[in-house]
Design a protein around this ligand. Structure first.
Ligand code: ATP
Length: 234
């Protein structure tokens, strides 16, 4: 469904991605693991059209979207939930959700999708008129996810969705990702909780200094000595 090939990306002279290739088959949860600065966010932003790669291709359902702007990528069904949540703090929960359905892809169904999101996330329904900036961190993460879903994506890239949340909220956010995947959503997951994300993932990649150094099923990487030492502290 998504197939990245030989992707390079630089910030000026600094190369952040070096020949990255990865696949996200339809219905998969794909985990991307790596230390700080390995290039995970750069990769997600390149796929999402926020950064322009200098080389390589990003095939989405057979079409090369490398270098396309983010509204085009998003309108083709590739959504992302950015690191740090980034809800509009002064807008209400409801207004934030509606912002997620501005593109032609989902605009005609915004009312139905809003109802669907408020049913799926009862906590957001209770707080629909409240300014998003007054929600707890976990609620803001749920809002960021729901806002992304308002655009009817077929694949969602989650960048550190559990960052800064309480252990209970971490569980809830990751359970939400699993539930969405069960409904058919293809998920790309960048997660600091390496063990958990590998357990959930049908496919996983280790990124080091902008390169893919290991890949396999989540279970294979969980049992890999290099992964166990470097990322699981075992
Ligand atoms: P983290 O987990 O810390 O977010 P990451 O794996 O997501 O790390 P990136 O944020 O993609 O890594 O960063 C990859 C490299 O690119 C790092 O060396 C980083 O310093 C550099 N980098 C990221 N953004 C920029 C930028 N806007 N300008 C210059 N260099 C950048």
């Amino acid at each position: 469904m998504l197939s990245v090939r030989d992707l390079d990306l630089s910030y000026g002279d600094a190369q952040a991605l070096d020949g990255v290739s990865l696949d996200a088959p339809e219905g998969a949860i794909v985990a991307i693991v790596g230390a700080n600065g390995a290039g995970k966010t750069s990769l997600i932003r390149a796929i999402g059209g926020m950064l322009r790669p200098s080389r390589g291709s990003i095939l989405w359902k057979g079409r090369d979207i490398a270098g396309e702007p983010s509204h085009v990528v998003c309108n083709l069904g590739v959504g992302q939930v950015a690191e740090g949540r980034q809800v509009f703090p002064t807008l209400s929960v409801r207004e934030n959700l509606l912002m997620g359905s501005m593109l032609p892809r989902a605009k005609a169904r915004r009312a139905q999708n809003l109802d669907r999101m408020l049913t799926l996330f009862p906590r957001l329904a209770e707080r629909h008129a409240q300014a998003a900036g007054t929600l707890s961190g976990g609620e803001q993460q749920m809002l960021a996810i729901a806002r992304c879903l308002m655009g009817e994506p077929e694949l969602v890239m989650f960048d550190e969705p559990s960052l800064g949340l309480s252990p209970a909220m971490v569980q809830q956010v990751l359970a939400t990702v699993v539930d969405l995947n069960k409904t058919g959503l293809t998920c790309v997951l960048v997660e600091q909780n390496v063990a958990v994300s590998l357990r959930l993932a049908s496919r996983a990649y280790v990124l080091e200094n902008g390169r893919v150094t290991l890949s396999g099923t989540g279970a294979e990487l969980l049992n890999d000595d290099r992964v166990r030492q470097a990322y699981l502290g075992l």
